[in-house]
Design a protein around this ligand. Sequence first.
Ligand SMILES: *Cc1c(COP(=O)(O)O)cnc(C)c1O
Length: 368
Amino acid sequence: MNIPFLDLKAPYQELKNELDAAYTRVMNSGRYLLGKELEQFEQEFAAYCGVKHCIGVGNGLEALHLVLRAWNIGAGDEVIVPANTYIATWLAVSYAGAVPVPVEPDEHTFNINPDKIATAVTKRTKAIIPVHLYGQAANMQKIMTVAQNYNLKVLEDAAQAHGAEYGGKKVGGLAHAAGFSFYPGKNFGAMGDAGAITTNDDKIAEKVRLLRNYGAKIKYDHGVKGHNSRIDELQAAFLRVKLRYLDSWNERRRKVEACYFRQLKDTDLVLPIVADGNRHVWHLYVVRTKIRSLVQEHFAQTGVGSLIHYPIPPHLSGAYSEMGLQKGCFPITEQLADEVLSLPMGPHLTEQEINYICSQLKVLCNKS
Ligand SMILES: *Cc1c(COP(=O)(O)O)cnc(C)c1O
């Protein structure tokens, strides 16, 4: 067997007719940027998330960055971020000119530990960016309470959690604004780079709309120093097709998780859990093991793809060496980085493939 970690061809093959029709429609339209496809996608995704506004931008990093700019967060400000996240969450803060202030995760959910946020707040703190890591919402109830107590803005990093729910509400509408990524490998991915901001705040929506298009409301009248950060018409048309399948594809991911759980619950792997009030969308299926390199070696020999999300936490990466954060500063994050392993996960994984992956895991991880 040869099971890739991620199969990006299968989604295209399943939706080929509709995606090809979308392609032809846009190519024949002669309009490739800021047209009807994007306008309609924005309405459809806002409705899906249950929010007033969706603004399409170039990618997920830009989505987060532009919200911070719209909030006038910049030099001299601090923004609380998870220590355990993809580096883009931190980079958005850095690009705004502010300083990311990391907070340790809850080791069972992998998400930011809300009980540790208050001690990281200073006079300079302006916002919190909780990440809904691996497809499960952060503890938004506690996070919004801390934010209220200290008068902070909250920006959801929903790049891994399209369609996930918390307390019966979709992510994207749980805070003051949210940033999404439609990178091809996400649960809801384009055929290239794309991202979006969702919010119920009319003013921020308008500001972000300005910022994404060179800061011009009227062509060539540039009120602010804007960006060039938009979803093109082709990507918007592809996303409109794929949005109709998001819920059913997330459901298929839940079936994959159930199958993994059934077969792996009696091994000595630490399996991922779903916290109360959450509807997980399983962007990644992440187990923990002390013998990770052995497992990866065995996988490589038996044709199973696997990845580590993420092997080097941002505070130990070269990109943030200037912060002077040594090994040992964030021990929970560092331990996770040493033990986590992502198994293949996606709507197109077959039962036969899952069985094979589990049988390979049992060779090494059976309880003795
Ligand atoms: C993918 C991702 C991003 C960035 O999205 P891009 O579209 O690649 O810029 C941000 N945050 C998290 C948690 C992500 O997984």
